[in-house]
Design a protein. Sequence first.
Length: 240
Amino acid sequence: MADGSTTDYEKLLYRAGQLLSAYKDTEALALYEQVLSASENNYEALCKASYLHCRIGDRFADESSKLSHFEKARTLALHAYTINPEDAESNYVMALSLGCTAMVTGPRQRLAAIYQIKPYIDKALAVNSQHDGAWYVLGRWCFKVANLNLAEQAAAKLLFGGIKEKVTNQDAVNALSQAIRYNPGNIRYYYDLACVYKEMKDKNACMSTLRKALLVNLETTEELELSRRCKIMLDEEYAG
């Protein structure tokens, strides 16, 4: 497999990384899976393939297709974590895949994910405090926990002993702001931060965030859709 000092695996990984950067997710995933078919313990391919299954699965409307991708993402993430449990990336894809899977499962599984995800986020950020993806997952986690309804709170207490941490929407704001700090070109971070501000009824902060979102360069149809939502929300805030 060797070719000088660069293996065929490294060439495939390099090309897959180029495709990933160019938002060609399906093509990138195919190359990462090609690497894994020949080298099942390739750590980089495991992490990247897990991430891509989460991203691709999120685009499907039907839950069965989503779940199929998310379960593959979780299996790959667990494999990567088994190989290197101390690395930020394996902990990040564990948290991400668990969160994605929870979205398309039942209420009990969604509550369980709250407890399962947090240690992985904490570890990822302990290893790499500038990991924008981990900050984003933390922001989503905080928002979910801060806004559990009474029934969810009661179920969490009955099934899992309740939420030990005191979490607020401001914690979600802080985490999402860090995600933006380390990756200011991701419009999803702005959109979710604006949604948190809207929940907090902080109109000025919401509008400011949405204006910043509309300045982000757009590359994909998903980003165009998020930009459209940002524009609608901004118009609604003006009208309100």
